[in-house]
Structure formats: structure tokens, C-alpha cells
Design a protein around this ligand. Structure first.
Ligand code: GDP
Length: 455
């Protein structure tokens, strides 16, 4: 993820400053210059970056700070707060309500990832206990309906739509081509079927043009959506400001989803530009797959960006990737501060099965870079498998109580698993590190499934 590079550069600048024996103006300036460079590379607007560094310098008045104050912490906190300020787009004014059908209309340019995002959004809510349905009112792009149908079928989400006219003529089919009529019929159909989240995918265009905005307005007038979500490709960087403004002026955009945050150096610029239009960003797309989709919340996002972890995001992720029947017990144990070797084993097992390991590990403070180095997922998977072989040769007692791990026991495990003693020790060290991280989850409030405060 390219954003990880931005986060990495900022964290490194902060770390270098922390390594300095004395923090004086020169050291602070060097650190801020590094951060400025990283943000400009991510296409964050120059003025935002300049204001940010000015504010930090104002807050961190080195001379005024009494001796004994932890300057590093104050500077780190100031960087954190200022980044949050730059990225904070405000809160959305609408939240979905259980038991009442909500119509959510998606708008955006062609290629922005709108159709993919509609399914991701539906799938995300389906996992949280909602009953979503998809309506394809994109009659402009040939193949849009088939794409939505294919994705919806895969995710077992009901869908409604028609082939576009040109295809219908080719296939000799009679179909409806009026997007407004399709949208209205689809919404009516799913209201009757008691779906509580009806998602309408509308047509995109190659660029902002009158026909697109007119069609958007007509579909919106006819379906009366409770929420309009604007989908935007992050690769346009700070140009996102103008695009978000243009859509806001044509239709009542209530929330924004920024896609392709996985592949573009300009992601940070796009997010900050949208925030500057005061349009609430609710999710980000981080890949082509259905579950490469994350709730966007500024503080946890910045926290992760700076390698400080995101424990509440971790709970959400566990709910996404851990099989349903294992979740209550696991979350209960973690919230009690328990993290046994057995839990570690089961989680490695889950993660090897479920795939997106990096997504889970990036939520852990100080964990992602060491355990899951970027682009080296295969090696990490091999490491998990190695650890699991060693754990397989432990007795049950040893599995649940690593404290009784004597020298002879360690040698027995090494012999039993055909590994070296130092490898067993390394695995136990990893366990201790993980246990320490998870101990921070003690007392964490665990949101119930379906308890959706976010959109
Ligand atoms: P639409 O024309 O706006 O409906 O765009 P599509 O949904 O067809 O997406 C266009 C392309 O972007 C497809 O190849 C998608 O797989 C891809 N895409 C969508 N979202 C993401 C994302 O978050 N990350 C990446 N890497 N690709 C994405």
C-alpha cells in the first residue's frame, strides 16, 4: 500500500528526531522538512502542508518547554493532531436505520471504481447483519450490468437491472433502457422484499459533463435517495478538490468513498483535498477484491499511518476475517487481556486461510512493518507455518501456559518439530510480543454485530 510509504517516511522522520541527543530547533526543522517532503510527494496541497508545519512550530515552542517535559511526545502528538486536522472531512449527517429501507445512490466518473464499490459497500453491510440489494441503473457503460450481476451473485446479494440497449439490439432482446425507470422499478422491487439497504449504481461518464449531471439529477429526483455517495479515484490527488466540489454542486452528496488507495502515491493528497471540501469520507477502497474496503475514521487512520496501531479497527477486522462461531470467544478473551499460544495458533490458521494478512496486522501498533513486511507476504506465511509446526509438537499444557516453558521443554519441541532451538525461542519471543500488544485490548468495548454507528 503506497500510503504505508507515506506513513513510513513520517514515522522515520519522527524516529530520527527521537534518536537525537538534544532536540533543538535544527533537529525539529529537519524533522518537519522530512515530513513536508513526504506529504508533498503524496500530492497534499502545499498550503495545507505549510499551515501544518507553522502550527506545529507554534505549539512546540522549544524554548518555552520546561526542562523535563517530554519534547518528543509533544512533537509527535502535534504531528498526529495536525494530520488529523488536515484529513478530517467532518461527520456524515445521515446514518442507516435498521427496520427502515434506505436508498443509497452511488455517483462518480466512469472508471472511478463505482460499480466495484457498490458491491463492496453492500457486502460490508451484509456482513454486519443488514439486508442489502443492488440496482444497476448504469445504462451508459456496456457491461456495467453484467459486472454488477457477477459481483452480486458472488456475494449472494439480490440485484436488479437490464442489459443496455445496444447490447439488447445485438442480442435481439427487448429491454428497458431508461435509467430512471430501471432505478425506480428496482427500488420498488426491493422495498417490497423488505431489503433495508437499497443501493443504486448510476451511470458514469469519462469526464464531468452536462449529460451525466442531468441523468444523476433525474435518478435522484425519482428515487429520492436517503444518501448520495460520491465515488472518487484517489490517483487524481489534489485535483479531487474540484471534482468533489463539482459533484456536490449538482447533487446532494452526503458522503464520499475514495478508491484505489492501495496503488497510488497521491492517496494522501486526494484524502486531504476531499476533506478540504468538507465532504465526509466514509470508506476507502484498498484493492480490487470485495473485502479490500475499510471504514474511514480519521484518528485510527492517522494512528495506523504513523505505526501507532488501531485497536478498534482491529476488532472490526477480526469480525470480518475470523469465522463467525469463533468470534465471541476470541473477542471475549482478548478483551479480558488473555492471549494464549492456542489463540495465536488459531489466528495464524485463520489468517492463512483468509488471505489478507496485511490488513489485520497493520492494525497492530508497531507490528506491521516487522511481522508483515511490505511485499513479503509469502515469507511471512512460511514463517507462520513454521511456527505452527512447532506449536503442533507442544503438549496442551505447554500450549496454554507458555510460562512453564523450560529449557528441556524447548528442546523437546525443537526435536519434535524438526526445527532448531533458536527457532523455537524466536517463536516464543514472537508470542510474547503479540501477547503484549493484545494486552492493550483489555477492557476494550466490543461492538456487537449489526451495531452500526458508521454508514
Ligand atoms: P466504474 O466505471 O466507476 O463502475 O468502475 P469499476 O467498478 O468498473 O472499476 C474500474 C476498475 O478499478 C476495475 O478494474 C476495478 O477492479 C478497479 N478498482 C475499483 N476499486 C479499486 C480499489 O480500491 N483498488 C484497486 N486497485 N482497484 C480498484
Amino acid at each position: 500500500m503506497v500510503l504505508a510509504q507515506l506513513g513510513g517516511s513520517i514515522s522515520r522522520a519522527l524516529q530520527q528526531m527521537s534518536n537525537a541527543t538534544i532536540i533543538d530547533e535544527k533537529v525539529l526543522n529537519e524533522c518537519l522538512n522530512e515530513i513536508t517532503r513526504a506529504l508533498l510527494q503524496a500530492d497534499v496541497q502545499f498550503k495545507l502542508v505549510r499551515d501544518m508545519t507553522t502550527n506545529i512550530k507554534k505549539i512546540v515552542n522549544l524554548e518555552d518547554l520546561a526542562a523535563g517535559h517530554n519534547k518528543r511526545r509533544i512533537i509527535q502528538q502535534a504531528v498526529f493532531n495536525e494530520l488529523c486536522k488536515i484529513l478530517d472531512p467532518g461527520k456524515p449527517s445521515f446514518t442507516l436505520k435498521k427496520g427502515k429501507p434506505s436508498v443509497v445512490m452511488f455517483v462518480g466518473l466512469q472508471g472511478s471504481g463505482k460499480t466495484t464499490t457498490c458491491t463492496k459497500y453492500a457486502y460490508h453491510h451484509q456482513k454486519k447483519g443488514w439486508k442489502p440489494a443492488l440496482v444497476c441503473a448504469d445504462t451508459f457503460r456496456a457491461g456495467a450490468f453484467d459486472q454488477l450481476k457477477q459481483n452480486a451473485t458472488k456475494a449472494k446479494i439480490p440485484f436488479y437491472g437490464r442489459h443496455v440497449l445496444s447490447e439488447s439490439i445485438r442480442l435481439n432482446l427487448y429491454t428497458e433502457s431508461d435509467p430512471v425507470k430501471i432505478a425506480v422499478d428496482g427500488v420498488e422491487t426491493f422495498k417490497k422484499e423488505n431489503c433495508d439497504l437499497i443501493i443504486v449504481d448510476t451511470s458514469g461518464r469519462h469526464k464531468q459533463e452536462a449529460a451525466l449531471f442531468e441523468e444523476m439529477r433525474q435518478v435522484s429526483e425519482a428515487t429520492k435517495p436517503d444518501l448520495v455517495i460520491f465515488v472518487m479515484d484517489s490517483s487524481i490527488g489534489q485535483a479531487a478538490f474540484d471534482q468533489a466540489q463539482a459533484f456536490r454542486q449538482s447533487v446532494a452528496v452526503g458522503a464520499v468513498i475514495v478508491t484505489k488507495m492501495d496503488g497510488h502515491a497521491k492517496g494522501g493528497g486526494a484524502l486531504s483535498a476531499v476533506a478540504a471540501t468538507k465532504s465526509p469520507v466514509i470508506f476507502i477502497g484498498t484493492g480490487e477484491h470485495m473485502d479490500e474496503f475499510e471504514v474511514f475514521d480519521v484518528k485510527p487512520f492517522v494512528s495506523r499511518l504513523l505505526g501507532m496501531g488501531d485497536l478498534s479497527g482491529l476488532v472490526n477486522k477480526i469480525q470480518d476475517v475470523v469465522p463467525m462461531d469463533q468470534q465471541p470467544e476470541l473477542l471475549q478473551k482478548l478483551s479480558e487481556g488473555q492471549f494464549t499460544l492456542r489463540i495465536m495458533y488459531e489466528q495464524f490458521q485463520n489468517m492463512l486461510k483468509m488471505g489478507p494478512l496485511g490488513q489485520v496486522f497493520s492494525m497492530l501498533p508497531g507490528f506491521s512493518s516487522e511481522m508483515m513486511p511490505q511485499g513479503r507476504e509469502k515469507e511471512s506465511q512460511a514463517k507462520f507455518k513454521r511456527y505452527m509446526t512447532m506449536m503442533d509438537s507442544m503438549t496442551d499444557e505447554g500450549n496454554t501456559n507458555p510460562k512453564i516453558m523450560t529449557e528441556s521443554r524447548i528442546m523437546r519441541i525443537a526435536r519434535g518439530s524438526g526445527r532448531l532451538v533458536h527457532e523455537v525461542m524466536e517463536m516464543l519471543e514472537e508470542y510474547k510480543r503479540l501477547a503484549k500488544i493484545f494486552s492493550k485490548m483489555k477492557g476494550l468495548r466490543i461492538p456487537k454485530k449489526g451495531d452500526m454507528s458508521s454508514l
